[in-house]
Design a protein around this ligand. Structure first.
Ligand code: IFM
Length: 447
């Protein structure tokens, strides 16, 4: 019997449901100087003193560039249906806009073919934060021309890999690119300029909107989408000011990218509150951004409690359950977010493109991870609840396949279903990986 066939919907996933795991290029590949790869903003940022914890860099990371075959063998051991990875723009077009680096593209070609040979569907993300540094030197995402360069790069990748990709996502978490990178300065390129951040957010959406028809033309029939990081913004109290603050936070975080992509424009209240003039928006931009897509990917980790800045701080009596990064564990928030997205996307297929948690490693045995396993079990149950409520969820990717470079936090936070010893590059499947394998082996009884 195939996965889910003819089984009760309240305990099993629907037929064809995809169980996968996700990674991203700069977080795992290493080999930053090999085969003509250009510099990315993360190379520059990580090598700038004080930017990344422990002065960690992605220079070697998981050395996946050289070990991808062994990593695919591990995916096979887990029985994954799908693997979500990202393509490094500076590997494929080292100058950002211009000549294609054949050796860089060849790597992803081999990766795609090997995955398919192992029966694992390649879900490709075109941009997971490693902008070519040369484009940043010309203004980065705050410069509208970066959107055109992205569409040209998307065309190159789609022409080469599109026929074998199970799905292509344009951007991963554009909120993070714009706001962590250009407003809060805690991610590359490390700028602290709110106007540049809002301009970047618009140009990221333009990049998405321009890339969609380019990918569609190059790879007809390949599903195209975007991946957004979303989380419930919960008012800290029933006070009207907290309700208002939570509503604005919801608009600025959860609706800012989703609504324009779905043809609903920028959320008016969030926009007013941000003080953003929208001067970057040219006639027809919103039409470009609303190019029809085939799926939306949702990255879910946590929810946030929002306190109005006009009210005194609240001191909660009970401490919430948190992960090693201090992120509150809130499985119900995943059901809520999936239902919120479906309220805007209707029957469009949805995927959980990332979900997972960082916990301190067991010093005696890195493969023992009861907290991560429990976190995933509860979130899978929450996703099944959303399915029961009618959300068209088609797949679920754990973050992450393996421990990796967690951006400004370096290598300390561990998210992997597979533990990595960064001294030896030895990989070991964790208990959470075995749990994930049991789901992929389905039919799935998640609770
Ligand atoms: O590691 C990141 C990933 O690159 C994007 N989404 C969140 C993950 C955990 O922080």
């Amino acid at each position: 019997m195939r996965k889910g066939d003819g089984l009760a919907r309240d305990t099993f996933v629907p037929p064809g449901f995809v169980w996968g795991a996700a990674t991203a290029s700069y977080q795992i590949e290493g080999a930053v100087h090999e085969d003509g790869r250009g510099e990315s903003i993360w190379d520059r940022f990580a090598h700038t003193p004080g930017r990344v914890a422990n002065a960690d860099t992605g220079d070697i990371a998981c050395d996946h560039y050289h070990r991808y075959r062994a990593d695919i063998a591990l995916m096979s051991q887990l029985g994954l249906d799908a693997y979500r990875f990202s393509v490094a723009w500076p590997r494929v077009v080292p100058t950002g806009a211009g000549p294609v680096n054949a050796a860089g593209l060849d790597f992803y070609d081999r990766l795609t073919d090997e995955l398919r040979a192992a029966g694992i569907a390649p879900h490709i993300t075109l941009y997971h934060w490693d902008l070519p540094q040369v484009l940043e030197d010309r203004g980065g995402w705050a410069n509208r021309e970066t959107a055109d360069a992205f569409a040209a790069y998307a065309d190159v990748v789609a022409r080469r890999l599109g026929d074998r990709a199970a799905a292509i996502a344009t951007l991963n978490e554009p909120w993070c690119s714009a706001h962590l990178g250009y407003r809060l300065g805690i991610h590359a390129p490390g700028r602290t300029d709110a106007a540049a951040a809002y301009a970047s957010a618009h140009h990221l959406l333009m990049a998405h909107g321009l890339a969609v028809p380019a990918i569609r033309a190059a790879a007809p029939g390949t599903p195209i989408g975007i991946v957004l990081n979303l989380e419930p913004k919960r008012p800290a109290s029933p006070h009207p000011l907290d309700l208002e603050a939570a509503g604005i936070a919801h608009d600025q975080y959860n609706r800012w990218f989703l609504d324009p992509v779905m043809g609903l424009g920028y959320p008016a209240d969030g926009r007013r509150d941000a003080g953003w003039t929208g001067a970057e928006v040219r006639p027809r931009d919103m039409e470009v951004i609303a190019a029809p897509i085939d799926f939306v990917g949702i990255n879910y980790y946590t929810s946030r409690t929002i306190r109005s800045p006009l009210l005194p701080p609240l001191h909660p009596i009970a401490s919430p359950e948190v992960t090693a990064l201090g992120w509150e564990v809130d499985p119900g928030g995943l059901t809520e977010i999936l239902e919120f997205v479906a309220s805007r996307t209707g029957s469009l297929p949805l995927y959980v493109t990332e979900n997972g948690a960082a916990y301190a490693e067991d010093p005696l045995d890195p493969t023992r991870d009861p907290e991560r396993t429990g976190y995933l079990q509860r979130h899978v149950a929450a996703a099944l609840t959303a399915i029961e409520h009618g959300v068209p969820l088609r797949g679920y990717f754990a973050w992450s396949l393996i421990d990796n470079f967690e951006w400004a936090e370096g290598y300390r936070p561990r998210f992997g279903l597979i533990a990595v010893d960064f001294e030896t590059q030895e990989r070991r499947i964790r208990d959470s990986g075995r749990y994930w394998a049991s789901l992929a082996a389905g039919p799935t009884r998640a609770r």
